[in-house]
Design a binder for this molecule. Structure first.
Ligand code: GDP
Ligand code: MG
Length: 677
């Protein structure tokens, strides 16, 4: 049943306690028999060997669990900025999220980033202030920080009992009861509010009702008449406001100490939307060339989005799918709408972190894994021939750093290429290319940690010995003038003539808008041009976009318009057109004032007050510009921008000027024309 299903994620800055909290949720909902601890490298969600060693969550693992007759699909999202693709893909398919905050630090840089992503996808959230047991923990400060920085109407539904090492439970402001935990947090004890806390509880309850009366006349009336307000009315008003993202209900707890977790599982059920309560998905009908809305209807035509691919050495590609309409049946055909190809769903699985159960069908609203599709890639829409609709793709950031990789033994070169192909199918922000002159393989990704993790997987999981070079910046190429060029092509292959002619106009597009291909050719020659030829031109141009102009870096922000083609029914071939289009592009761009672009990174730093001077001058030395500074009680927060090429090894420098106490994140911001330094 749809109304009892939830698709949720847990988002936070790294170390706020996502994994620790998820482990508790799985434990209390009965899916795991004991609590795995992050610190012992035993967490169930962090199943990849490396994640356990590094104590961070790298890949989102989807897990289904059950609570109070509700099915909850949880997608774990990583907190490190190098893995934005994982966060992005999770948010794309989620219906709601728990935002975890650290009770000492409040909003941290990565919290802001994921919050922005969640806002872009209109994901309703509930807030959880974790680590209430830490020295310096302050629930109300954290709530205030969230309100100011994330610009959201925070609404505490609880207030803490005690804090720091004496944090012992919470007061539930809806039921007006104290809650404490016992027996590894499995047992919850409810008691009346103690007299010394009554005053504070009343005040916060008053604020709660006051806020809610802004959303409900029924509450206002009862409030003014001094009547009792039902728990069910309060909850339904909160639910509506959460789903519209008008408020962020706030909870308090300390997951590590098994305090406060069940109320947030209740909140998932009570306040986050069921799949059919979300705005319908919008797709594009390829036949009618119009946008259509896709109601979440299990009886409709099947339509789903492949949001993640994991390679399993035995089962092959595990395609994680969110179904938006209809139903996919085990053993039946699945149509890849964009690729116009049929494949078979050999098996369908429900995933429980690192184990799985086969199921017969996966229905609208649900998330599961389809096995058997070989062509599907992350972002592909699957369905049936009867509904030629593609769902909006996920947006992924551009890889900005690269390293060369070489197998220890030459004979492993092909094996390495295969592994790299598998890894880039799993991770769209990881790309591979071959240096045409040296034959060296170059891999690119989002950051040093990202590439490091991938290289370690190659060495360990695939047991292939390889040498890697030093990290380099992946620049981009673009143009700064408009140019039109006509190219003709003629080549005799096996006694047969192959001809083509392409006239192409290239022009610079707005920075950050990406490449665009337009076909607007008037054909010289009377005959109709076959689809095979226009497809070949498009693929020639797409190939040319990625192979660069002068330096071989991928092109960005170029619009290429085919204005004319020379087509002969007797001698023209697809092969000739593909080559000709690519040559036309290269020649046009070389004469369109080509430029080199470099990635500029957003640098977010946190430093204790004592080191702020050293940290700022370090950033400036690295060519960085300070954008803003914010002084908090324990630390200063600095936001800066700096060119990626000056940021290698920054971590070591920062550690040494701050005695290891300042921290930073580095994240791609935008491309800018490279300046000589
Ligand atoms: P993630 O990066 O968000 O997944 O965070 P983890 O769950 O890996 O937790 C990061 C660290 O914080 C680990 O050392 C946890 O044991 C610790 N931690 C998590 N929850 C709490 C808590 O409630 N109180 C305290 N004091 N530490 C916690
Ligand atoms: Mg984690």
């Amino acid at each position: 049943m749809l109304s009892t299903m939830r698709n949720i994620g847990i988002m936070a800055h790294i170390d706020a306690g996502k994994t620790t909290t998820t482990e508790r949720i799985l434990f209390y909902t009965g899916k795991s028999h004991r609590i795995g601890e992050v610190d012992d490298g035993e967490a169930i969600m962090d199943w990849m060997e490396q994640e356990q060693e590094r104590g961070i969550t790298i890949q989102s693992a989807a897990t289904t669990t059950y609570w109070k007759d509700h099915q909850i699909n949880i997608i774990d999202t990583p907190g490190h900025v190098d893995f934005t693709a994982e966060v992005e893909r999770s948010l794309r398919v989620l219906d709601g999220a728990i935002a975890i905050f650290d009770a000492v630090h409040g909003v941290e840089p990565q919290t802001e980033t994921v919050w922005r992503q969640a806002s872009r996808y209109h994901v309703p959230c509930v807030g959880y202030v974790n680590k209430m047991d830490r020295a310096g923990a302050d629930f109300f400060n954290a709530v205030e920080d969230v309100k100011n920085k994330l610009k959201i109407n925070t609404l505490p539904l609880q207030i803490p009992i005690g804090k720091e090492s004496s944090f012992e439970g919470v007061i539930d402001l809806i039921e007006m009861k104290e809650i404490r935990w016992d027996n590894n947090g499995e047992d919850m004890a409810f008691s009346p509010i103690a007299p010394q806390r009554e005053e504070a509880a009343k005040q916060w309850r008053e604020k709660l009702i006051d806020t809610l009366s802004g959303f409900s006349d029924a509450i206002t009336e009862k409030y003014l008449a001094g009547e009792e307000i039902d728990v069910s009315l309060i909850k339904s008003v909160i639910r509506k406001a959460v789903i519209k993202r008008d408020i962020l209900p706030m909870f308090a707890g300390a997951s590590r100490r098994n305090l406060g977790v069940q109320p947030i599982i209740d909140a998932i059920v009570d306040y986050l939307p069921a799949p059919d309560e979300c705005a319908p998905e919008i797709g594009h009908n390829l036949k009618k060339e119009e946008d259509v809305s896709i109601p979440c209807d299990p009886k409709g035509q099947p339509l789903g989005l492949v949001f993640k691919i994991q390679n399993d050495r035995e089962a092959g590609s595990l395609c994680y799918v969110r179904v938006y309409s209809g139903s996919f049946k085990s053993g039946s055909a699945v149509y890849n709408v964009g690729k116009k190809k049929r494949e078979r769903a050999n098996r369908i699985l429900r995933m429980h972190s690192n184990k799985s159960d086969p199921i017969d069908s996966l229905n609208a609203g649900d998330i599961g894994v389809i096995i058997g599709m070989k062509l599907a890639q992350t972002g592909d829409t699957i369905g049936s021939e009867g509904l030629p609709v593609v769902l909006e793709k996920m947006q992924f950031p551009e890889p900005v750093i690269s390293i060369s990789i070489e197998p220890k033994t030459i004979s492993d070169q092909d094996k390495l290429k295969d592994i790299l192909a598998i890894l880039s199918k799993e991770d769209p922000t990881f790309t591979t290319r071959e240096n045409e002159e040296t034959g060296q393989l170059i891999i690119s990704g989002m950051g040093e940690l990202h590439l490091d993790v991938l290289v370690t997987r190659i060495l360990r999981e695939y047991k292939l010995g390889a040498k890697v070079g030093n990290p380099q910046v992946t620049y981009r190429e673009s143009i700064s003038a408009v140019k039109e060029h006509s190219e003709s092509f003629s080549k005799v292959v096996a006694g047969k003539e192959n001809t083509a002619g392409v006239t192409l106009r290239v022009e610079p597009a707005q920075r950050g808008s990406g490449n665009k291909y337009v076909y607007a050719a008037r054909t010289s020659g009377r005959s109709e041009v076959p689809q095979e030829i226009t497809d070949a031109i498009e693929s020639g141009i797409n190939g040319a976009f990625s192979s660069g102009i002068v330096m071989g870096y991928p092109c960005i922000d170029i619009t290429a318009t085919v204005t004319n083609i020379q087509y002969s029914e007797q001698t023209s071939t697809a092969f000739a057109f593909e080559a000709c289009a690519s040559m036309a592009f290269d020649e046009a761009c070389r004469n369109a004032a080509p430029i080199l672009l470099e990635p500029i990174m957003a640098v977010d730093l946190n430093t204790p007050h004592d080191f702020v001077g050293e940290v700022m001058s370090l950033v400036t030395q690295r060519g960085g510009q300070i954008i803003s500074m914010n002084s908090k009680s324990d630390i200063d927060e600095i936001k800066a921008q700096a060119p990626m090429e000056k940021m290698f090894g920054f971590m070591t420098n920062l550690r040494s000027v701050s005695q290891g106490r300042a921290s930073f994140t580095l994240q791609f911001s935008h491309f800018e024309k490279k300046t000589e330094r």
